[in-house]
Design a protein around this ligand. Structure first.
Ligand code: HSE
Length: 291
């Protein structure tokens, strides 16, 4: 039996649209076993009862891409998914499924795919790299992709930093919210984001958390998505007041992520409560970065 653990991820971190993502200590487990015939997919935990248990399951679809490349056809396959990552909330559940399927299939059939090949394949399925890369590599990953050439690097995170995530009980479809984003941005907004993304990476590497309030601001996607999340601005302000260093939409949302090196329990409570005052049921979790 093959067993793979894949972390949740928070993408964008404010200014790093489609290029920054961080792995978090919240995991999906993917198990593959050979059986005599057919496909059996079992889902436990998050998504149980909702995720498809047939050939359209995303873990299977990712695995199939690896099997096809290797010219391998299993007589039968049992896939068991034990999911800790909430589905469709901006915490990288689909990237975890794709990466879990690719790693497990690569091991099962000995396809021999390396890191670069797995990243390229996974990103072609997902459409953007900033959940995929940290789901595979862990840590905080900066990813650049131009004309198919990919370059990435990983930075160390300061000790003690945690992500406090407030996870609303409704789903946002990443594809739909991406389609609502503008195709062109002004030079002014591009500079706004580039400067903050650079500031954020340097600040996290040095442990200079005092600049995160500015560094996690964004003009490329949050202004167009935040209106879909009741209470967004209030939750961000409340988290900052409670001691968060920086706050942003997690991926495409609706989860909001606050980075904090202190007061995490208070921040978690305040974010949940502020969502509740805006009519949104949310749970909050305090998660360390996953190495
Ligand atoms: N960069 C992607 C987006 C991340 O914002 O659409 C989705 O999790």
């Amino acid at each position: 039996m093959i067993r793979v653990q894949v972390p949740a991820t928070t993408a964008n971190l404010g200014p790093g649209f489609d290029c920054l993502g961080m792995a978090l200590e919240l995991y999906n487990i993917v198990e593959f076993s050979k059986i005599t015939r057919g496909l059996v997919v079992e889902v436990e935990g998050e998504g149980a009862g909702n995720l498809p248990c047939n050939e359209s399951n995303l873990v299977y679809r990712a695995a199939k891409r690896v099997f096809d490349r290797a010219g391998y056809a299993p007589a039968g396959l049992r896939i068991r998914l034990i999911n800790g990552i909430p589905v469709g909330r901006g915490l990288g559940s689909s990237a975890a499924a794709v990466i879990g399927g690719i790693i497990a299939a690569n091991r099962l059939c000995g396809a021999g795919l390396g890191t670069r090949e797995m990243l390229t394949l996974a990103c072609s399925m997902e459409g953007h790299p900033d959940n995929i890369a940290p789901a595979l590599l862990g840590g905080l990953v900066i990813y650049a992709s131009v004309d198919g050439e990919i370059t990435w690097t990983k930075i160390d995170l300061p000790p003690g930093i945690k992500a406090v995530v407030a996870v609303p009980d409704f789903v946002m479809n990443t594809r739909d919210t991406r389609e609502a984003l503008p195709q062109l941005v002004t030079m002014r907004d591009a500079v706004f984001n580039i400067s903050r993304a650079a500031l954020l990476v340097a600040a996290l590497q040095k442990g200079d958390l005092s600049v995160l309030g500015t560094a996690m601001d964004d003009r490329l996607h949050q202004p167009f998505r935040s209106g879909l999340i009741p209470g967004f601005k209030k939750v961000v302000s409340a988290a900052r007041l409670a001691g968060a260093r920086g706050v942003a939409l997690s991926g495409a949302g609706p989860t909001i992520v606050a980075l904090a090196d202190d007061n995490q329990a208070l921040i978690a409570e305040v974010m949940k409560e502020t969502f509740r005052e805006s009519g949104v049921n949310a749970r909050s979790l305090i998660l360390a970065p996953s190495p």
